[in-house]
Design a protein around this ligand. Structure first.
Ligand SMILES: Clc1ccc(CN2CCN(c3c(Br)cnc4[nH]c(-c5ccc(CN6CCOCC6)cc5)nc34)CC2)cc1
Length: 280
């Protein structure tokens, strides 16, 4: 593979380009194969013109800087990058089973065992990031990919920063995953990811985020009030709801620490150890 080898200068001619895996605002992601090693990768091709127009080059530089240094089974690897006159290319790990949110849309919601297994692996990956003072800040289904053995991979560190931070996350995307301190533009630290883990657990079990509302204003209000409502359908255990309530706490210091997630009764009763053993 391309693990830790000498930093060589890649060019597009080193790769056979395959089918597009998806299209985004700034470019596309292609299945690709490195010619010499025959290694399969995902090649994210970004247009410099688009990046400049949206003034996100600094964000891309941070994404590259952060993701290149992270090594964890549940974090999508960034093997390297290169650029030419018009484009920037990111050489990324290929996640064989694609984007998790498409799976969530397809089956509406996940069962408690699947959800607990995913959440425990994410807690481990986020704790690893936090030991390196990296906050992801954008943990949502769209940024989760599924590997060959069904293991989760956190991708897209475009919004990650070094803790602590008061860097405004220009609210272009959805507010749904942001904790009170971020929607209020206050200083925030690694515990924003603990909050997002609670939002994600809710979305896995109920099929949608907890503070969803028609407009930004209403979502904002529901977040800062921590206005959680558990619907009757689908039926979800009280211990799962108790787990969610330990993470969706307004006071950032009182959120369940990521290292404590593995000791939570709901997680212990539902997370699948083999799944986790397989480097998940
Ligand atoms: Cl610039 C930009 C362009 C597009 C996107 C949205 N996606 C971000 C994630 N991308 C992938 C990355 Br990065 C790494 N590995 C991947 N693997 C896949 C993938 C893998 C397999 C499939 C095929 N499906 C798998 C599930 O069953 C039905 C068939 C679809 C997508 N997409 C990615 C695909 C594109 C984000 C940013």
């Amino acid at each position: 593979g391309t693990s830790g080898g000498p930093k060589r200068r890649w060019t597009i001619d080193d790769f056979d380009i395959g089918k597009p895996l998806g299209k985004g605002k700034f470019g596309n992601v292609y299945l690709a194969r490195e010619k010499q090693s025959k290694y399969i990768v995902a090649l994210k091709v970004l247009f410099k013109s688009q990046l400049q127009q949206s003034n996100v080059e600094h964000q891309l530089r941070r994404e590259i800087e952060i993701q290149a240094h992270l090594r964890h089974p549940n974090i999508l690897r960034l093997y390297g990058y290169f650029y030419d006159k018009e484009k920037v290319y990111l050489i990324l790990e290929y996640a064989a089973r694609g984007e998790l949110y498409k799976e969530l849309v397809r089956c509406n919601h996940f069962d408690e065992r699947t959800s607990a297994t995913y959440i425990l692996s994410l807690a481990r990956a986020l704790h690893y990031c936090h030991t390196k003072h990296v906050i992801h800040r954008d943990v949502k289904p769209e940024n989760l990919l599924v590997g060959l053995n069904g293991e989760l991979k956190i991708s897209d560190f475009g919004w990650s920063v070094h803790a602590p931070s008061n860097r405004r996350k220009t609210l272009c995307g959805t507010l749904d995953y942001l904790p009170p301190e971020m929607v209020e533009g206050k200083e925030h630290t690694t515990s924003v990811d603990n909050w997002s883990l609670g939002v994600l657990t809710y979305e896995f079990l109920f099929g949608g985020p907890p503070f969803e509302a028609p407009g930004h204003q209403e979502t904002y209000r529901r977040i800062v009030r921590v206005d959680i409502k558990f619907p009757d359908k689908p039926a979800v255990s009280d211990s799962a709801k108790a787990f969610i309530s330990k993470l969706l706490v307004k006071d950032a210091h009182r959120r369940l620490p990521l290292l404590e997630v593995q000791n939570d009764p709901w997680i212990k009763a539902n997370a699948d150890p083999d799944m986790l053993a397989r480097g998940n």
